[in-house]
Design a protein around this ligand. Structure first.
Ligand code: SF4
Ligand code: SF4
Length: 448
């Protein structure tokens, strides 16, 4: 095997002593305050070890390491549950020399649950519907409660919840506004007869916009395409200067963090008296907002969550958004971000726009709900220490898929996937350019 993932844990302010006891206490508290136990009870009864999930995991396909077999990894946590949280397990432990949770076993879980990208492709092939991505999330949550979580996650989440900037890239609001003013000037050069703006702190706007905050640093064309599209359809929208980050790493490692972040985002929408949470080109930000709204916010306080590609698609089919047919000449393919495609939520909408804008649109195989993860999902893209693992194990199958299309552009509407696919293209020396959907729209948009 080419690479082993190794990363720095965040352990402070936790003690490294007596981890098995603390792991079990955290597990017990989570079970008490959630409904995970009903799912785990179901899983320990039905798991058939048929191995059908094995064939659908892109990590295992590349590594051929038994540790990457989905049901093998899930069994690590189910074994702890069976032993400590079921009557049968407790009786068995009294009668026989049965499994006891050890430091080494905890280390093994901390290593292996971060080798999964939580893409949930394997769930589609499991006859029992076992969700290994959810199991990775639960294991990571318990581990994070004893300080065992990659530092990259903690540093970003802490800045978002407690730092001065309140976002994962630590961009001060004044710098964000400054870069939007610069983009407005660029847009004026492109479209001199339009006055395309990035509205800030507009009270009562219909849409409050939350891109992945990294877009302000690295994705100027995506943001300009977003603003141009919203301008052309006459949308009432705004960016909130007190919270403008759609990222929610809680989705990857902790329901507790997930809840705190979605509540902070919602507070900004309420401060501005906004109506709809509009998420930019980001798969995980979209799913964390949509499911977070359902899971953690009382029904009478929720607002609808819309991904910007859904809005563009609706405007296009209603004739409000005009795009020049065949404006993009180069061969173009589309990467489905797992967090919006796996459940069938956003698959066709971007394709309707791409088939219209592009002269030569081609699909990867497989695609849509059955797509292959970019290899950086589940938060792993933020962990620089596992770069080689992400490139040559997690991202190997995606690199082969992109290469086979012979495409010049790969459209990747997600901040996580954009970073990972940029690195995959470089590591595998692919002759493909990664772009966003709204980046291409910028070349095709027509104003009345
Ligand atoms: S969720 Fe994805 S990466 Fe994780 S085990 Fe399943 S197929 Fe593999
Ligand atoms: S496909 Fe489902 S039932 Fe079969 S081994 Fe994998 S998790 Fe178990």
């Amino acid at each position: 095997m080419k690479a082993q993932p190794k990363y720095s844990y965040h352990v402070e302010p936790f003690s490294v002593e007596d981890r098995p006891r603390r792991f079990l206490e955290a597990f017990s508290a989570i079970l008490e305050h959630s409904n995970y136990s009903s799912v785990l009870d179901f899983y320990i009864r039905i798991s058939t070890k048929c191995s059908r999930c094995t064939a659908s995991c892109q990590v295992y396909e590349a590594s051929q390491d038994p540790r990457d077999i989905p049901c093998f990894r899930t069994e690590l946590l189910l074994k702890v549950y069976r032993r400590y949280f079921t009557l049968a397990g407790q009786l068995k432990a009294r009668l026989f020399d049965y499994f006891n949770l050890s430091d080494d076993y905890i280390d093994q879980m901390a290593e292996e649950f971060w080798r999964c990208t939580a893409c949930r492709r394997c769930k589609l092939s499991c006859p029992m519907g076992i969700d290994h991505g959810m199991m990775a999330h639960l294991a990571r949550w318990i581990l994070s409660e004893i300080g065992m979580v990659p530092k990259a996650m903690v540093v970003s989440t802490r800045e978002q919840l407690e730092g001065k900037t309140r976002n994962t890239s630590a961009i001060p609001a004044v710098a964000m506004k400054d870069s939007c003013e610069f983009l407005e000037e660029e847009l004026e050069e492109m479209f001199p007869d339009q006055k395309i703006k990035f509205p800030m702190d507009v009270k009562g706007a219909e849409y409050v916009f939350f891109p992945a905050v990294s877009d302000f640093l690295m994705e100027a064309d995506t943001l300009m395409g977003n603003a141009a599209m919203l301008h052309s359809i006459g949308a009432s929208w705004t960016i909130g200067t007190q919270n403008f980050d759609g990222i929610d790493y809680g989705l990857f490692y902790s329901d507790r963090m997930w809840e705190r972040i979605i509540k902070a985002q919602l507070a900004e929408i309420k401060r501005l008296d906004g109506k709809i949470m509009l998420i930019g080109e980001c798969g995980h930000a979209s799913r964390s907002a949509r499911e977070g709204m359902q899971n953690f916010i009382p029904p009478d306080e929720r607002v609808p969550v819309v991904n910007i590609m859904e809005l563009a698609h609706a405007a296009f089919t209603q004739g409000k958004l005009k795009l020049k047919k065949g404006a993009i000449k180069e061969r173009t393919t589309y990467h489905d971000p797992c967090n919006i495609a796996r459940t069938g939520w956003i698959i066709e909408q971007p394709r309707v726009l791409l088939r219209h804008m592009c002269q030569d649109f081609v699909e990867m195989t497989p695609t849509g709900a059955d797509n292959i993860c970019c290899g950086g999902g589940g938060g792993t893209v933020s962990i620089d220490e596992i770069h080689e693992f992400r490139m040559f194990i997690g991202g190997k199958v995606k690199a082969e898929q992109i290469k086979k299309t012979g495409a010049h552009y790969v459209v990747t509407p997600c901040a996580n996937c954009k970073k990972q696919i940029d690195e995959v293209i470089k590591a595998h020396k692919l002759e493909t350019e990664r772009t966003g959907l709204h980046d291409l729209m910028l070349q095709a948009i027509e104003f009345d």
